[in-house]
Design a protein around this ligand. Structure first.
Ligand code: ATP
Ligand code: MG
Length: 544
């Protein structure tokens, strides 16, 4: 193959070698999710690896649903998985289902019986487990191990025909009960389960095990590199055994990499499903969920997720990544792409005494100083505005860089103000403040260089729109004092809702889904109906 690529990880090293040696004439990968839940951030790593290889080696990559466990799977999950992959920007070559191969898989099982390397076993699941041996002790051979080919074929066909009860018989590979690898001690290939399958309905009452269906699916599709996570390393000899015994001429190569683990982040569909079912979150796409749909709902850009996966890299040893790395990537991306807007979270009324009641001063502000194409929009300064209550103090702490009594402050994009008076409520709290603006202090004006304490965001009272801010925190708190169970680590403060914040109307201009940097606050996404989701904070709060 004449493709010149520079491999960027050990998987790509292997692929380059395989192309050079001629083991494979092309590169073909697949992403094989089980449709038993929504995809999570861990899957995005696997997607980036498999589709990244497709792009880099100009190969192909399939989406193959590993739907061999009918009791846990559902079409809802199939649809969500496709939506999530497309949203990340990946395109699969073929959409396939392991269940489409049930006929071929069955034929191959018969072939193994005929070759004398598979047999029907009447031991119960429990008995099989008890006779499997341990790491130090070999297993015990099943009393059914030496059935004749004819008897095995008859029994297997009867299993398929529904003659036997669930769990009463299985088909096992006849390999080696003394193998140091427990997976090679006559593993189960087929089991009897009377369950309706979401695609094949009631056609089958026997279903292949993952370890049998998976290599067959890969081989039938012409996959060259079957990339999976490290826990399958011990299954590789079985994977190779299956493709060899089935007689595939160009068997795929299985390569394992370390799963993505992120601190305080749940990465198991089973457990994420529990959070949905018990109402801890509002759904699979709750903005706090580490699912792809949750990250999309939250406002994470797909490019940030891909950049995160690239920075994490591909390793052969498990490790834990800090969530601040994802936040960093999201912030970097939004800094380039999100428009700036002014919002006051706790509005404090400020009256500019030297402006007339109906006076309007228009200022043009750049939507995003980091993007030349972002354009500008207009903000209107009027006599009555809001600033944030935290930007004024009667008793300023040391180094306070905001407005104080008699002090100067710049309104972002507009004039400098000088504080003149404070109106207090009966309880002593600040009701409103009064200022006067400094003439010609707008940017470029003759008074623009007056020394101010800082610059604050503001919104005119007349133009302001009410918004609700959903501020999200981590769903889990740190594991401490041996409390590692997720159930006991749910953060009770993972969502804080702030109502009555005041925003400039620009925040609604682009409609639902638009992302913003609310200046001096955080990045937010417009979720509709006046509600904004906090995507990520402006500064890294991670303490290194
Ligand atoms: P879960 O335990 O969440 O159900 P899984 O591994 O069973 O995860 P699958 O649907 O079987 O989920 O996974 C599809 C692909 O995604 C597999 O190739 C799997 O190895 C990969 N994958 C799943 N979780 C991670 C992870 N945390 N990091 C990297 N790859 C992952
Ligand atoms: Mg799984």
């Amino acid at each position: 193959m004449d493709i010149e690529v520079t491999p960027s990880n050990f998987i790509e090293d292997i692929i380059v070698e395989d192309l050079k040696s001629g083991r494979y004439p092309y590169v073909y990968t697949r992403f094989p999710p089980e449709p038993n839940g929504y995809l999570h951030v861990g899957h995005s790593k696997s997607l980036c690896i498999n589709f990244g290889i497709k792009e880099k080696f100009r190969g192909r990559c399939n989406l193959r649903f590993d739907d061999t466990n009918p009791t846990k799977e559902d079409v809802e999950y199939v649809e969500s998985i496709k939506e999530d992959i497309r949203w990340l920007g990946f395109e699969w070559d073929k959409e396939l289902y392991a269940s489409d191969y049930f006929d071929r898989t069955y034929e191959l099982a018969e072939k193994l019986i005929e070759k004398g390397v598979a047999y029907v076993c009447d031991l119960s699941a429990e008995e099989i487990r008890l006779t499997r041996g341990t790491l130090n002790e070999p297993g015990k051979e099943s009393p059914y191990r030496n059935r004749s080919v004819e008897e095995n074929l008859t029994l297997f066909r009867e299993m398929k025909a529904g003659k036997y009860a669930d769990g009463s018989k299985v088909l096992r590979a006849k390999i080696d009960m003394a193998s140091p690898n427990i997976n090679m001690r006559d593993p189960v290939l087929y089991r009897i389960v009377r369950a309706r399958h979401h695609r094949t309905g009631d056609k089958w009452c026997i279903y292949p095990m993952y370890d049998f269906a998976h290599p067959i699916g890969d081989a039938l599709d012409g996959i060259t590199h079957s990339i999976c996570t490290l826990e399958f390393e011990d299954h590789r000899p079985l994977y190779d055994w299956v493709t060899e015994q089935c007689g595939f001429v160009m068997p795929p190569r299985q390569i394992e990499f370390a799963r993505l683990n992120i601190k305080n982040t749940i990465m198991s569909k089973r457990y994420l499903k529990k959070l949905v079912e018990d109402g801890t979150v509002t759904g699979w796409n709750d903005p706090r969920m580490p699912t792809i749909s949750g990250m999309r709902e939250r406002g994470y850009p797909p490019a940030a997720i891909k950049e995160f996966c690239a920075r994490v890299g591909v390793a052969k040893a498990n490790s834990e990544v800090d969530p601040s790395l994802m936040e960093f990537c999201v912030r970097e991306e939004l800094n380039r792409t999100a428009d700036r807007a002014m919002v006051t979270e706790q509005p404090l009324k400020l009256v500019i005494d030297n402006m007339a009641d109906d006076e309007e001063c228009e200022f043009s502000v750049v939507n995003n100083p980091n993007s030349e194409t972002s354009g500008t929009h207009t903000v209107i300064l009027r006599k009555e505005i809001y600033i944030d209550a935290s930007d004024f103090s009667l008793n300023p702490p040391p180094k306070y860089k905001r407005l104080v009594e008699g002090g100067l402050i710049r309104l972002k994009g507009a004039y400098i103000l000088r504080h003149t008076a404070t109106k207090l409520r009966e309880d002593g709290s600040v009701e409103e403040i009064h200022c006067e603006y400094i003439e010609h202090s707008e940017s470029g004006g003759i008074n623009a260089s007056m020394k101010v304490k800082g610059t604050v965001q503001w919104v005119s009272v007349k133009d302001a729109v009410d918004v609700t801010l959903n501020k999200y925190e981590s769903l889990l708190v740190d594991a401490k004092d041996g409390v590692t169970d997720f159930n006991e680590r749910i953060n009770p403060h993972s969502l804080t809702v702030v109502r009555g914040a005041k925003a400039e109307p620009f925040v609604f201009a682009a409609g639902k889904g638009a992302t913003f940097q609310f200046m001096r606050m955080a990045y937010y996404k417009y979720a509709g109906e006046g509600v904004f989701y906090r995507i990520v904070e402006l500064k890294d709060s991670f303490n290194k």
